[in-house]
Write a protein that binds this ligand. Structure first.
Ligand code: ADP
Length: 213
């Protein structure tokens, strides 16, 4: 899909013609601009794909009435978790704080999801949780992570078909960096992915990149 936030001069002229006189055929638009239908084809394709114009067979092009901002909002509301999620990094609830710190470094993530022996979600560990546990004089190899994690039912989660926009709202609301992507089963929640601020930044960049298509 294409998002054309900035239209070129010819596209602006086509848009004006269709606004004023639509529905109008490609042939007639071409006549009005003294151009061939073939020359106009890429512009008409961009205007249609980006949602400014709609085309009906044997009727012609008509103006959808949507502004650039409305079209962008439409696109943002189509971004789904399943298309931008990353692989989750999980640890068992019985591993030590020391092992969790090592895992966080080796896997290069900022949030670990904690699971039980059935691989079901029981908690979340952030960098600060691990730092906090390291401040005391306790032996880090002997404290299990389930003592210090944020536990269920206080874990904020999302599902594959949720909107990226809703996830972003939850991250802001709860002041956290990541959500587990879960699949609900009769036994509990399976962790199938991870959505972080980085994934949302990638979605944002991808949205702008579409303009180059
Ligand atoms: P950091 O601690 O590195 O700043 P966060 O802001 O993500 O990272 O975490 C802040 C607190 O919120 C931590 O105590 C963490 O356990 C908790 N937390 C992180 N992610 C979630 C989540 N998805 N649901 C509930 N609590 C979370």
């Amino acid at each position: 899909m294409v998002i054309t936030i900035e239209l070129n001069k010819r596209q602006e002229r086509i848009l004006q013609i269709v606004k004023d006189d639509g529905p109008i055929t490609g042939e007639h638009i071409a006549d009005r601009l003294n151009l061939t239908r073939a020359t106009l084809r890429p512009d008409l394709a961009i205007l249609t794909m980006s949602g400014y114009l709609d085309a009906r067979p044997r009727v012609g092009y008509f103006y959808t009435g949507k502004t650039g901002a409305q079209l962008l909002t439409d696109k943002i509301k189509k971004l789904l978790v399943k298309d931008y999620k990353s692989i989750p990094v999980v640890v068992n609830e019985s591993v030590s704080v020391y092992d969790a710190i090592v895992t966080m470094f080796l896997e290069d993530v900022g949030t670990l999801f904690v699971v039980d022996e059935k691989s079901l979600l029981v908690g979340v560990l952030s960098r600060k949780d691990l730092l906090r546990a390291s401040i005391g004089k306790q032996e880090l190899t002997s404290i299990p992570v389930n003592i210090i994690m944020t536990r269920m039912p206080n874990v904020t989660m999302c599902e594959q078909n949720d909107l990226i926009l809703d996830v972003a709202g939850k991250l802001i609301d709860k002041q956290i960096d990541a959500l587990p992507v879960i699949k609900e089963t009769d036994k509990g929640f399976e962790v199938v992915g991870r959505i972080t601020k980085t994934n949302i930044t990638k979605a944002f960049v991808a949205l702008a990149g579409e303009e180059l298509l």
